[in-house]
Design a protein around this ligand. Structure first.
Ligand code: SAH
Length: 263
């Protein structure tokens, strides 16, 4: 039994549209006395925050935010720390646990911590373009804020070579514009220039923009902080404005039989 009534909820809020916010996330935010998060994310759920103490801060102050959230929970408050998409995918779940452990937290005696999963960008972006992730895929972030570029480069090469469908998070920022070009070069050395690529900006948000392109042309499109790219594998195709990665490499199912049923 935890000795402290404080609780830290690590809450996923999905892509930024209430239809994709889980009931558990809603309940956690409702129960919280304090809500902590990056300003843009707080803004996405602002209707749920009436009457609560809010702690917002800019992008580079993530650890400070974690520290503040943990401190308040340890002081007995119910705290919700929110992240867009899934809080455990390039989100605040990891840093929060690290801060807690560093402060001597133990699950048996310390404050209760609950991670609430959500719809991550790769799921929402995939849904908007069809079914590009129906076979093995991986996610790679192009941000070198926390990861050295040579490590990212190594992973891009390995994923490209292994024919994974690849979801690229954090493809480009105002200052970091070259990584996406480098990534494109790596993919082109392993895949056809015609490989389908989906570029989804602000999925399920007001400024949503969806572009279907290919490996040769992907960098000619508008790519920013709210963009996720889905790079197809050798089997991925685009038809009827829909990006599809077949479920099987071998034809284990007979489509013609199903077509007969539809007749
Ligand atoms: N925890 C988040 C990811 C945070 S990293 C999640 O699970 O989705 C930030 C990156 O996520 C952005 O640079 C972008 O690549 C992607 N992203 C987040 N929200 C998005 C959205 N609504 N549409 C497209 N990409 C998004």
């Amino acid at each position: 039994m935890a000795e402290n009534s404080g609780k830290l909820y690590l809450v996923s809020i999905g892509p930024g549209n209430e239809n994709y916010l889980t009931r558990r996330a809603l309940a956690a935010i409702a129960e919280a006395e304090v809500v902590v998060g990056y300003k843009t994310y707080l803004n996405l759920v602002k209707d749920l925050l009436v009457g609560k103490e809010i702690i917002g801060s800019g992008m580079r102050q993530e650890l400070e935010r974690c520290g503040a959230a943990c401190k308040l929970a340890m002081a007995g408050k119910k705290v919700a720390m929110i992240s867009s998409g899934d809080v455990g995918i390039y989100g605040m779940a990891g840093p929060s646990y690290e801060v807690l452990l560093h402060s001597g937290w133990e699950p048996e005696s310390g404050i209760e911590v609950e991670v609430i999963p959500g719809v991550t960008a790769l799921s929402s972006c995939a849904a908007l373009v069809g079914a590009p992730l129906t076979h093995d895929f991986c996610a790679i972030s192009l941000s070198d804020l926390m990861t050295p570029w040579p490590v990212i480069e190594k992973r891009l090469k390995a994923a490209a070579e292994a024919d994974f469908v690849i979801a690229l998070y954090n493809p480009k920022s105002g200052k970091r514009t070259q990584h996406i070009i480098e990534a494109q070069k790596i993919f082109l050395s392993h895949r056809s220039p015609k490989t389908p690529v989906a570029i989804v900006n602000a999925a399920f948000r007001q400024k949503e923009q969806i572009t279907l392109s290919n490996l040769a042309n992907m960098t000619n499109q508008q790519i920013g902080m709210q963009t996720t790219l889905l790079i197809g594998n050798s089997q991925t195709f685009i038809r009827a404005n829909t990006m599809i990665t077949p479920r099987g490499y071998t034809k284990k199912y007979d489509i013609d039989e199903v077509i007969d049923i539809l007749k």
